[in-house]
Ligand binder design. Structure first.
Ligand code: HEC
Ligand code: HEC
Length: 200
């Protein structure tokens, strides 16, 4: 009973964080955002060390992009390139560039994603990331269609503490290497996110 109440409270707080996000100006964001597409706008572009594919952003909400960027800027996430990209940005600039990047969207996400085959290991993830990997609330990322290598990398960062989040750190901690691989294979195979290409 107490645990149930606690989960409901956490969910309510997470939803509040979502609605509290500042309004971004997509035109101001475009000036910042074009340089980001040098990596995020190229299909299959790779991060060199360690080698994994740069995450797809097309289909994520402005709210999630904003949370992620603040994470790099404020020390919850440690990836050196993205810390460098975000550390000089103000809250307003983060909102602006997030609104700009979210404006490209993904037709598959807007359509609500596809029908996902049942996969028991993903049942615990569905409450937030959706039955078919399409997020059910703006502050939570969509996983469907994301690069498999990036999903592995992100889950391992929560597991080893180099990425911190009050929700995901405890979710990822009990996963084995095999679980991570299977979950990443599953979510990456579903229709969802796309690369935000230049000129779209
Ligand atoms: C040199 C390549 C590069 C550039 C330029 C770059 N990024 Fe990234 N970005 C990455 C990589 C690699 C990651 C994954 C980092 C990690 O391990 O957390 C990432 C992660 C992100 C994420 C988190 C995605 C998620 O699913 O959580 C966001 C949001 C993001 N970048 C936005 C931006 C914005 C905005 C800019 C421009 C201001 C930018 N990036 C510029 C390579 C780049
Ligand atoms: C209670 C809600 C909740 C549940 C349940 C949950 N997640 Fe998450 N997940 C989140 C939030 C919030 C974030 C963003 C955290 C951050 O800012 O780093 C996230 C981030 C992620 C990311 C990183 C995405 C990216 O683009 O970088 C992956 C991968 C992920 N979750 C996988 C899973 C898997 C696999 C499960 C089930 C084992 C799961 N999550 C269960 C809320 C949840």
């Amino acid at each position: 009973m107490i645990i149930k109440t606690k989960i409901a409270l956490i969910a309510a707080l997470l939803l509040l964080t979502g609605t509290a996000a500042a309004e971004g100006d997509p035109e101001a964001g475009a000036a910042i955002g074009y340089s980001c597409l040098g990596c995020h706008g190229i299909e299959g572009y790779r991060n060199a060390y360690p080698s994994f594919r740069v995450p797809k952003l097309g289909g994520q909400t402005a709210t999630y992009l904003e949370i992620a960027l603040r994470g790099y800027r404020d020390g919850m996430r440690s990836h050196p390139t993205m810390v460098g990209q975000s550390k000089s940005l103000t809250d307003q600039q983060i909102s602006d560039v997030s609104t700009f990047l979210a404006s490209f969207g993904s037709a598959a996400v807007e359509a609500g994603g596809g029908t996902a085959p049942a996969f028991e290991k993903a049942a615990a993830c569905a409450a937030c990331h959706g039955q078919n990997g399409i997020s059910v609330s703006p502050p939570w990322p969509t996983l469907a269609g994301q690069h498999k290598e990036y999903l592995v990398h992100a889950l391992n960062q929560y597991r080893d503490g180099s990425r911190k989040d009050p929700v995901m750190s405890p979710m990822a901690a009990p996963l084995t290497d095999e679980d991570v691989k299977l979950l990443a294979e599953y979510f990456s195979s579903l229709p969802g996110l796309v690369t935000t290409a230049k000129g779209d």
